[in-house]
Write a protein that binds this ligand. Sequence first.
Ligand SMILES: [Zn+2]
Length: 377
Amino acid sequence: MSQSFIGFGILSVLFGIATGCTRPQSGTTAGITTTTLSHDFFITHLAPAQAQPFTDNLPKENLDCLENIKQVTCYSAANVGFDPKCSKELATPEMINQFYAIVQSLPPLHKNILCHINRVQIQSMVAPIGYVSAITNDSQQTIGLMVGISQLALAQESKVDLFSWKEQLNFGFSKLDDPKHSVSKDGPTIFISIQKSSNSFLQYVLTHEASHLVDYLNSANQLDCLWPENTSDPKALAKCTNGENSFGAVSWPREYNIAFDGTGRQLPQLAAAYPWLMQMCFYSCGPTISPTNVTEVYKELSRSSFYTAYSTVNEYEDFAEASTMVLTDKNLLKYQVLSADKNILFDVSEALTNSEHRQKQEWITNFYAKPDLKFKF
Ligand SMILES: [Zn+2]
């Protein structure tokens, strides 16, 4: 093959068409290789020795939602990713029931996806709050879909403010390797509430995660990165293209370059329009944004077409956040960023009225109105 389609260590893809060429991969252990599309969105390739037991243990067709979730849920003490040691015995009925209860509150397509999911890993220790992965075999065929969710996020009375912790990473107020996920009182905090929800936090997270699977199954994003062949030159550039009518084409350049070694994308138009937002780094921070610029960051967000700061990470996160915001009843949803002295720095309900959002909102609404969207692989 003369060319290959693949990802940046951070982004990737030609969805639906796996080329079998040399994809850059982020980790390989015992027959399990993970390609990272985004912080919480992966493709897991299983070698035959791992794929066979996975496929053999999938429940038979036509189970009801709760029964399916019961059969596919396990508890993992490992970090992010497909865990062959994930224990069914250690997944408690409380965990399973809490997960199931939130699934019932999701938008119809998202509920359907998680009712038909092939693996749920409750994670004792996980950096992203939740994540999803497609599972593929040696022939690059999809053989399953999985979701991982932090045990902390499942707890009804979580004392840990994971959303604020995640936001504060950008400014150095919180630390990625802090097992307590501590939030600084001097940094911005996120307030999310979905009225009538038994767990707003988890409902938001699972809508976001299932949206990545909507994207995977239905090619909302069509991001195609063409990598130079036969070179190990770290300065070599890959050329990425967002498909013409794809979601990514709404807010992202149709074409841009990324470094061969996966560091940094070249998005000069976006960097010129949103100098602060393009410095947001979340789970991959090197230098962080100075705390003195917090207000500027959220001013910029308020006049942008991005629903949240996390939307600016890449096309995949943009789709997941936009889906969550548009599909959750806006009369019930409250999403604000508050300053240390509790002033509102950003309120999504105000941002939604700006004209920048109109095109994106329309794209999402039209997309979810399609009658034939896939909910399983
Ligand atoms: Zn995500």
